[in-house]
Design a protein around this ligand. Structure first.
Ligand SMILES: Nc1ncnc2c1ncn2[C@@H]1O[C@H](COP(=O)(O)OP(=O)(O)OP(=O)(O)O)[C@@H](O)[C@H]1O
Ligand SMILES: [Mg+2]
Length: 276
């Protein structure tokens, strides 16, 4: 890889994955990071944001699945100081119950005026407990507000699947296309975490995203094998071979030069929609 090309890529913070991506992600685009439960998506997402922080960038985690305190604690267990990653807690219960304005941790850096507004919002939301108003559209509005105040380079949404479940949107497809378009116009490199897409369903994020990285957790006999595949990467060549993944105290690592064990490969080939 020559230096000019390398400079145009965004490092994921995982050297083996950067190798698979021929240098990293193309900046300013949104990618789907999907996988089964416990496959390492949040870990990879946090590592991607940490890498940005290390490079002096602003990095934002949109927390829908897990509360910020837990994400920070998990980071500490892995020996990372994730204090510089900004976390936007958009879970509807966080909004509804928040008396401390904990729904937007980043609000701590805002003006007193907007803090007061945030408190008022929380009160209004408490009245709307029966139908929390978190939706793809409201997330886009929150991000628009956030981006007016901060110049983020990296964003992780964890997870779009939970957002879809919580949202009462009728026309989800339009909302998702609009959100991904907004992210791309905002020039942030974004990982959108999802569950493994149903191969028989039309998942708009898969069609609209610029790439798809998939984490797999496979039980082979009594052993659990982890691996990663690049399913799609617009505008770039990439590794088409599944590569072994480990999660240990250093975080998630990809063995870019190695092959996954035969038993795991056979299982992978039998997963609908995988290695297509
Ligand atoms: N310090 C560690 N050492 C070894 N393995 C770890 C460590 N921390 C986490 N793990 C492994 O990583 C898994 C969790 O990864 P992570 O939360 O990133 O996955 P996920 O795909 O986001 O899962 P979820 O479905 O819960 O959202 C754990 O279940 C565990 O197997
Ligand atoms: Mg997770």
């Amino acid at each position: 890889m020559n230096t000019a090309v390398k400079e145009l890529r965004v490092s994921t913070g995982i050297s083996g994955l950067d190798k698979m991506l021929k240098g990293g992600l193309i900046p300013g685009r949104s990618y789907v990071l999907c996988g089964t439960a416990g496959s390492g998506r949040t870990t990879l997402g946090v590592q991607f944001l940490q890498q940005g922080v290390k490079q002096g960038e602003l990095a934002l985690l949109v927390a829908i699945d897990e509360p910020p305190a837990e994400i920070r604690e998990n980071g500490r267990f892995l020996g990372w100081d994730v204090g510089k990653i900004r976390i936007l807690d958009v879970h509807p219960t966080a909004k509804a119950y928040s008396k401390k304005v904990s729904m937007v941790e980043v609000a701590a850096q805002r003006s007193v005026g907007s803090l007061r507004e945030a408190r008022d919002d929380a009160r209004t939301d408490a009245m709307k407990l029966a139908s929390p108003d978190l939706s793809v559209q409201s997330l886009q509005l929150m991000l628009r507000q956030e981006f007016l105040e901060m110049r983020y380079s990296r964003v992780v949404i964890d997870s779009l699947t939970t957002l879809k479940r919580l949202s009462g949107d009728q026309d989800m497809g339009t909302g998702i296309v609009s959100l991904l378009r907004f992210l791309s116009e905002s020039n942030v490199t974004c990982l959108v975490i999802t569950d493994v897409p149903d191969p028989t369903a039309v998942e708009p994020e898969i069609f609209v995203s610029r790439g798809e990285i998939r984490l797999h957790r496979l039980m082979t006999g009594t052993k659990m094998e982890r691996c990663i595949t690049i399913e799609k990467m617009r505008g770039s060549s990439h590794d088409t071979v599944p590569r072994p993944v480990t999660i240990a105290k250093e975080g998630l690592q990809v063995a870019a030069g190695k092959k996954v064990p035969k038993t795991a490969l056979t299982m992978l080939q039998n997963v609908p929609g995988s290695l297509r």
